[in-house]
Structure formats: structure tokens, C-alpha cells
Design a binder for this molecule. Structure first.
Ligand code: PRP
Ligand code: ADE
Length: 177
């Protein structure tokens, strides 16, 4: 635990792991921040402050790190949480999409009845790298008729230019590298 009198610089609790999960990738490990109560709380509160008054009606989080930030954010914004899950985990009727991310490919899916047409949705993930993951989540939400009111991250790796794939959307990140 850190002293609450120190100013909280979230980047002080993110560590670099070189060559994980594969050679050439500089992995930004958020687990030190999650382990430090005041830092984790500050991250969630700063995201919530940014969207207070934005009339967010649902928060969508992408499995699995998106769940860590999405669920407490939905709680603070007083709206529901919708999980976008890796393939094969959701029990009811789903739609799915395959996508590429910085280090591989994947399939994600969402329940067909999770988003109502016109609903104002905030998509949340821990990190924006190439943008493939969040683009997939946006496509799923839009297929169900949701309106993307914002896309939020703890960390943005600006040098990977993921934001360029999200030009039509309001993108916010607490930390940029
Ligand atoms: O912008 P991109 O290049 O798409 O990369 C970002 C995504 O990669 C990580 O998820 P990962 O698929 O590793 O799964 P995890 O959350 O289960 O660790 C991260 O949590 C983002 O969802
Ligand atoms: N460089 C990276 N660090 C942490 N998570 C990631 N997800 C995709 N790229 C990543």
C-alpha cells in the first residue's frame, strides 16, 4: 500500500516486461497497479470522473483485463456491465467476430440481447495497442444497434497507432506511451 498523501502517478505502477508473450513485444504489466489499492482506486475514479455526465447506459468490457476496469466503472456510473468474452464462454445466443491483436488472433462474442438499440455504450479495456480488440468490440456493439458514446483505456501505446483505427470515436486514455 502507498501513502495517500503522495500524488498518484499511475505510470509508477506499470512495469515493462520485454519479449512477453513473444519476442519483440514490450508488455505493459498492470498488475503492480492492481495490487496497490489507492492506485487502482485512483484509476477507476479518474475514468468515472471523465464520463460523469456523459449519460452512459452500459459499459462493455473485453475479456479479461477489460473486466477488471469495466465492472467497477459501471458500478460508479450506475449502469449495467456487458461482457465481451472470448469464444465459447457465453451460454445464450451470441454474435461473434475474429480479429487480430498485437500478438495473435482471437474470436470474441457477446450475447445478442445484451445491448438495446440506441443504448449509449462505453467500451473499456486496459490497453490500446493495435486497436484490433477494441475495433472488434465496437463492431459487435454496433451490430446490435448500440451507440458508441466513448472508448476508454487505462493505457494507450501511441506508437502502435491504434487510435487511427478509431477515428470515428471519442477515445480517452489515462496514460499514453
Ligand atoms: O489493441 P490490441 O492490439 O488489440 O491489443 C490490446 C488487447 O490485448 C490485451 O488483451 P489479450 O487478448 O492479451 O487478453 P487478456 O485481456 O485476457 O490478457 C489487452 O487487454 C487488450 O484487450
Ligand atoms: N504491449 C502490450 N502490453 C500489454 N498488453 C498488451 N496487449 C496488446 N499489446 C500489449
Amino acid at each position: 500500500m502507498s501513502s495517500t498523501s503522495e500524488p498518484i502517478r499511475l505510470e509508477d505502477r506499470i512495469r515493462d516486461i520485454q519479449d512477453f508473450p513473444q519476442k519483440g513485444v514490450l508488455f505493459k504489466d498492470i498488475t503492480p497497479m492492481l495490487q496497490d489499492g489507492p492506485y487502482f482506486r485512483a484509476a477507476i475514479e479518474r475514468l468515472a470522473a471523465h464520463y460523469s455526465g456523459a449519460d452512459i447506459q452500459a459499459v462493455v468490457g473485453v475479456e479479461s483485463r477489460g473486466f477488471i476496469f469495466g465492472a467497477p466503472l459501471a458500478y460508479l456510473l450506475n449502469c449495467g456491465f456487458v461482457p465481451v468474452r472470448k469464444f465459447g464462454k457465453l451460454p445464450a445466443e451470441t454474435i461473434n467476430i475474429e480479429y487480430a491483436l498485437e500478438y495473435g488472433t482471437n474470436i470474441v462474442e457477446v450475447h445478442k440481447d445484451a445491448i438495446k438499440p440506441g443504448q449509449r455504450v462505453l467500451i473499456v479495456d486496459d490497453l490500446l495497442a493495435t486497436g484490433g480488440t477494441v475495433e472488434a468490440a465496437i463492431e459487435l456493439v454496433e451490430k446490435l444497434g448500440g451507440h458508441i458514446a466513448g472508448v476508454a483505456f487505462l493505457v494507450e501505446l501511441s506508437f502502435l497507432k491504434g487510435r487511427e483505427h478509431l477515428k470515428d470515436h471519442d477515445v480517452f486514455a489515462l496514460i499514453k506511451y
